[in-house]
Design a protein around this ligand. Structure first.
Ligand code: FMN
Length: 354
């Protein structure tokens, strides 16, 4: 897949996830291979244009991530334009506009999926940005705002007319949130309608899912979000299959190492407490289906310090590698100290500065 002259190879995108796909997570997964494009968490233009330090930090990326897209959200055309210029200034390769977030505090200000029910506003925003930046402009949309008014194809047409150079669709409506299944037929319909490259998002969790969606829709690229938290090697495995190789199978040691590496990246990037919180989040998703995984999750959730987290990871993997039953030691009920891992089903948890 090519977005203007930027080659996205393989045509696999680590889908943006607020609270997850920060610089550490993206770097961790990019190092596993198979990712053609990474995207920042969605970044508030209200925060960015007021020089909010958190929003500015969210634009950081590793050079080896390239090509890298910054995704912004908001509803105010002038702020969207300025934020887009800021993203270009920090060296992003692509500027992506979020038209999908269903969180009330985002929609209330006309941003995220709110743009799907106000296409004239979307048009103003896209045209304004297009005039201000030289890097490619892309959008990520949902099926529509209301369940009874699916307008993804219409939105895609408007976007293309405004000069948007790649359209990604998550085939659920705003009303639907994350319930039900993503409608990939809409990806097919958009692909048949516009000339720019089109990618699909939603519920791809296996190699077979990816190939089935390509076959059915003829889309250019595929975004993977939640599936990558459960299996960070999914991109590499799809890439292997594309190249006719046996898909890479991670060993237990690989699984231990990725957790330790993630923790290292997090600690280099943020204070101890939030690093532990993020660690719990990935460990929680990642150990589903592993022997003793549910016990390990409890134990990790009750960890309070870096050394505790590290010891417990080593202990868990040593125990299961030796074929012993993992019992795990934990002091029970002090979850609130470092926080339960946040719910992972939306962009709701993200902070929006207004
Ligand atoms: C925790 C979480 C946060 C998300 N944050 C964003 C976001 O910031 N921007 C965006 O465009 N989509 C966001 N999404 C939507 C995903 O990018 C993706 O489109 C959706 O989860 C469906 O794909 P999946 O089944 O592969 O996860 C988020 C999804 C989740 C689960």
């Amino acid at each position: 897949m090519k977005i203007r002259d930027i080659v996205i190879n393989p045509p696999l995108v680590l889908s943006p996830m607020a609270g997850v796909t920060d610089v550490a997570f993206r770097g961790l997964l990019k190092r596993r291979g198979g990712i053609g494009l990474t995207v920042s968490e969605f970044i508030s233009v209200e925060g960015l244009t007021r020089n909010n330090p958190k929003s500015k930090r969210q634009m950081r990326f590793y050079d080896y991530e390239r090509p890298f897209a910054v995704q912004i959200f908001g509803g105010q055309p002038e702020r969207m334009r300025i934020a887009a210029e800021m993203a270009e200034e920090v060296g992003a390769d692509i500027l992506d506009v979020n038209c999908g977030c269903p969180a009330p505090k985002v929609v209330k200000h006309g941003g995220g999926s709110g743009l799907l029910r106000d296409l004239p506003r979307l048009e103003t925003i896209l045209k304004g940005i297009k005039q201000a930046i030289t890097i490619p402009l892309t959008i990520k949309i949902r099926a529509g705002y209301y369940d009874n008014h699916i307008n993804a194809v219409e939105t895609a047409k408007v976007a293309e007319q405004c000069g948007v150079e790649h359209i990604a669709l998550h085939g659920r409506t705003k009303e639907q949130g994350y319930k039900g299944r993503a409608d990939w037929d809409l990806v097919r319909q958009i692909k048949e309608t516009v000339k720019v490259p089109v990618s699909g998002s939603g519920d791809v969790v296996t190699i077979e899912d990816a190939f089935a969606r390509w076959r059915e829709t003829k889309c250019d690229g595929i975004l993977i979000g939640r599936g990558a938290m459960a299996n960070p090697w999914i991109f590499r495995q799809i890439e292997d299959t594309l190249a006719g190789r046996e898909p890479f199978q991670p060993t237990l040691a690989d699984k231990r190492d990725i957790l330790l590496e993630y923790f290292e990246l997090l600690r280099a990037d943020m204070p101890e407490l939030p690093a532990i919180g993020r660690m719990k989040q990935l460990a929680g998703q990642f150990t589903r289906g592993l022997t003793g995984g549910s016990r390990f999750r409890q134990v990790i959730y009750h960890s309070h310090s870096v050394s505790e987290v590290l010891e417990r990871i080593e202990d868990y993997f040593e125990t299961i590698a030796a074929g012993r039953t993992y019992i795990g030691e934990s002091d029970g009920d002090a979850m609130s100290d470092t926080g339960e891992a946040p719910a992972l089903d939306s962009c709701e948890a993200a902070t929006v500065e207004v």
